[in-house]
Design a protein around this ligand. Sequence first.
Ligand code: GDP
Length: 317
Amino acid sequence: MSSVRTPVVALAGGIGAARFLRGLVRVVDPTQITAVVNTGDDRNFYGVHVSPDIDIVLYSLAGCADREKGFGLEGDTFRLIEALGALGHETWFRLGDRDFATCQHRTLRLAEGAGLAAVTDEIRRAFGVATKLLPMSEDPCPSIIVLGAGTRVHFEEYLVRDGAPSDVEAVDLSAATRAAPGPGVVDALRSAGTILVCPSNPVVSIGPILAVPGVREAIAASGAPVVAVSPIVGGAPVKGPADALLRGVGAEVSARGVARLYADLVSGYVLDQRDHAELADVESLGIRAVSVDTLMRDVGVAAELARTVLSLADTLR
Ligand code: GDP
């Protein structure tokens, strides 16, 4: 592959980002990669601070994620929340015992006055992960989903408790728009050699990161090529409620629809070969596009996808 301009900074949500980053670290020196991770899904459960996107990215890069569930640690047990359930607590948010320990550690360190960025870095080192993970913000930025009857629910309530109903009317990211960028985020973006947008949910994973003041400006100031990977494969999300959320913000559920959302941000776009018919529409937005297999069934496909993304970035300098 042609030369990769480092450092590489990736905007990341949860599972789609986790899969992609596992491939990227095979292709680029992991110490030269920084992921800026969505914290719009963060919430307190059972008295501990849960950062779902940071944790799935971390566990995946550490090689210990539960890939079947798409959250938590492989082989984890659920005795703690089962015991809480027996005591009458609501336990719709599944949190494994060792996963709980990660969150408990985070909570204790935050209570001691450490910031979320510093705690995330400590946890990453403890898991032996070389790639830096930066929370998009240390301020609370809950992503709120507005449903049909005007009901407002936190994203985790929408997704896990309510089973992602389709009657989404709007998505409220106003908390993110008032948040300060996390320590290191603006500097990492400004000095990036290449910026990538992982195949994550555009509305509730990438949307909140871009909503944080200073993030878009730092991306523009970097002068680096920005390449996104479509999270839509064959006209539908691979996993999760991106279809209902895209409709909820008035966007088309397609690779082309996501490219339109990113049109003022990216200069390159990788869409799935199953959506190849939309390539010309993406290019008509002034974005250079390539179609390949983006369904990351295994880390080999993810690494090949990462190579394609970086080659495209190289042509955009
Ligand atoms: P979440 O916070 O765990 O939902 O994580 P993300 O926002 O990172 O991921 C959700 C998005 O990832 C969905 O829109 C999926 O379609 C996308 N995704 C998951 N796996 C793949 C894959 O193998 N290929 C592609 N192209 N997208 C994927």
